[in-house]
Design a protein around this ligand. Sequence first.
Ligand SMILES: N[C@@H](CCC(=O)N[C@@H](CS)C(=O)NCC(=O)O)C(=O)O
Length: 198
Amino acid sequence: MLTLYGRPNSSNSAKVFWLLDELGADWRLEPAGRGFGPTDTPEFREMNPFGKVPVLKDGETVVWESHAILRYLGTREPTALWPEGAAARSRIDRWMDWAAISFTPPLTRLRKARGAGGSGEADLPAVLAGARALDGWLARHRYLAGGDLSLADIAASPSVHRWFRLPEAAEALPNLARYRDDLARNPGYCRHIRDALS
Ligand SMILES: N[C@@H](CCC(=O)N[C@@H](CS)C(=O)NCC(=O)O)C(=O)O
C-alpha cells in the first residue's frame, strides 16, 4: 500500500490525492504538515529535507515535490494520464512546469497579499496574463495537453480553481470557464480540489 504524507487543505497534496483516486490506487493518508502532523522531525527530514508535504512512500521509495510524485505515479501505473513517448509526455510536462513556475507562484503571492489586507497589485499582471493565455489555448483544446485529461490538468487544477475565487474572474474568459466546468464533471476534482481548497 502507498502512503501519502500530506494534509487535505494543501494544494500540493490535493493534486496527489486526486491522481491516487483517479488511478484507483491502494493508498492511505498519513496526516502531516501545518495543523496535521510534524514535519520537523529527523525522520520526516530524512524523507524530505525541506520538511514540506506531500511526500509519497512506496515501499523503500520516497518521492517529494508534488509534480515529481505525479510523474512517479503516472509512470508506475501507465494510463492515458501520462502516456508513453517523449513527445506525448512533453506536451503534458510543459504545462506542469508552467503551472509550477509561472502561474501558481504569482497567484499564491497575490492571495497571500490580499489575505493580509494588501492589493496584490505587484502580481496581478502575471496572474491575468496566465489566465488569459489559458483561455486562448483552451479555445482550441479541450484539456491542457489536448483532447484527454492528463497530469497537466491535475497539476494546474488548484490554481485554476483558485483563479475562479478572485474577483478578476468575473472578467469574461469563457473557454477557461468551460474547462473548469469540464473538470467539475470529475469526482476526484470535486472532492479534492473544488470542495477542499480555499
Ligand atoms: N514545490 C513543493 C511545495 C511544497 C509545499 O510548499 N507544501 C506546503 C503545503 S501546500 C507545505 O508543506 N507547507 C508547510 C506545512 O504544511 O507544514 C511541491 O510542489 O510539493
